[in-house]
Design a protein around this ligand. Structure first.
Ligand SMILES: [Zn+2]
Ligand SMILES: [Zn+2]
Length: 424
């Protein structure tokens, strides 16, 4: 069956996350977005793990569902056209901080497991290395290669995926934290790295230019720290609903089973351009030499953007592709589109009312953004919604790049064009 999966999220036990991140609210968010398989996040945290065990029950092999009474209570709060199942897959993110080859490395990894027994075994081993209780995304002074080894020893069907691989501060290829190749990081175990998470500030064509990623399945997830951000990036599968089928699709990258990804426009991510946030200074890497990474306003070193970091590791020209690629679809969250059309903030009541109306008439958000025909969008009565969504689908958008931790901005219209067209 075809379904959407978002496999990297956090619970309320992680730092800087929303307090309403409960299994119930993840269920509700997954139904609103149209996500069938959602990562639990944070299985290393004892508090969250206890809650997962209490509220979830086994579903298909390696997947879990909300217990019936909880699911019924959640459904009572929803008013969405159509119905799809929601399953949970046990997932966690681990931050490894260690010294290797003379530099400090800070790298985030996603770990997926097929059952609570495996989770408990792994947690037991990891708690001997570091504190799992202080943060839902624990920090371990452990080499990435050794985390991979421990994980595979604990559960041979475990999957470890380097997270948001281009983030400057905490990733495999991070300019301030990582390595130049998978091999340098995982050494003899590199063959067990089947996939990499591309993060919000890069899209597949950027990654296709880097031969180190050839044969690696590029996955995308939301890394949501609140329910409303669920599915802002996600993966398209066409497999049986089971842990093994999802694992195989990611491992092999078989295009019949792994149908590609849903993406941000990479400019909207927090690290696209080189820049210095405090001085609000940023620039396209084409405009300065790499050695010239200095803020002209304050003289501090700039935070290198993903665009430049990709360029450093790329050997293919822009537009060149590796032998195997998967489709991808660049989206703008529906609340942001509505915010632009209604000229109020994306978290306002006005946007929320329009959002709920669309879901009631047309179905979950990702379905609407990807597939709903133009006339059905027009039938909602929301002016320019049809035009906005079709332009987004064609990539005809305006982009202001993010940099140094500051999100970028992607809009469908210029303010002048929107006002003129709304005025008609
Ligand atoms: Zn992370
Ligand atoms: Zn500065």
């Amino acid at each position: 069956m075809k379904f959407i999966a978002d496999l990297h999220i956090h619970s309320r036990f992680s730092r800087a996350t929303a307090r309403n991140l409960t299994p119930e609210n993840l269920y509700i968010a997954a139904r609103k977005k149209g996500i069938t398989v959602v990562g639990t996040g944070d299985f290393t945290h004892p508090g969250w793990l206890a809650e997962l065990k209490e509220k979830l029950s086994p579903a298909e092999p390696g997947l879990f569902k909300l217990k019936d009474d909880l699911e019924t209570a959640c459904e009572a709060q929803l008013n969405i056209s159509g119905k799809h199942p929601v399953r949970f897959l046990l997932s966690a993110e681990i931050s490894n901080i260690y010294k290797k080859n003379g530099a400090t490395r800070k790298i985030h990894h996603l770990v997926f497991l097929s059952g609570f027994t495996q989770v408990e075994r792994l947690n037991k081993r990891l708690s001997a290395i570091g504190n799992l209780k202080s943060d839902g995304r624990p920090i371990l002074g452990l080499d990435s290669r050794d985390l991979l080894e421990t994980t595979l020893e604990t559960a041979p069907d475990a999957l470890l995926v380097p997270a948001h691989i281009w983030t400057p501060w905490f990733s495999l290829y991070g300019s301030r934290s990582g390595f130049d190749s998978i091999k340098e990081c995982f050494e003899d175990l590199s063959d067990y790295i089947f996939a990499a998470e591309t993060g919000l500030s890069s899209d597949p064509p950027m990654n296709w230019r880097v031969p180190d990623l050839d044969g690696i399945t590029l996955v995308s997830n939301s890394d949501a720290h609140s329910p409303s951000n669920l599915g802002r990036e996600a993966n398209l599968f066409n497999t049986a609903l089971s842990y093994d089928a999802i694992y195989d699709a990611i491992k092999t990258g078989d295009p019949k089973a792994f149908n590609g990804t849903l993406e941000f426009f990479p400019e909207e991510g927090k690290y696209y351009h080189d820049g210095h946030r405090k001085c609000q200074f940023h620039l396209h890497p084409g405009k300065t030499a790499a050695e010239d990474q200095i803020c002209p306003i304050c003289g501090q070193r700039l935070t290198m953007g993903v665009l430049r970091r990709v360029e450093m590791l790329a050997t293919r020209a822009e537009g060149e592709t590796p032998p195997l690629t998967h489709p991808y679809y660049s989206l703008i969250p529906l609340a942001e589109i509505l915010s632009e059309l209604l000229k109020v903030g994306p978290k306002t009541k006005k946007v929320n009312t329009a959002y709920e109306k669309i879901l009631e008439m047309l179905g979950p958000e990702l379905e609407v953004l990807l597939h709903t025909p133009k006339d059905a969008l027009a039938d909602t009565g929301i002016l320019l919604l049809d035009e906005a969504v079709s332009r987004m689908r064609e990539g005809r958008v305006h982009r202001i790049a993010g940099y140094d931790g500051q999100y970028g901005q992607v809009t469908v219209f210029t303010p002048e064009e929107r006002d003129q067209r709304l005025g008609q």
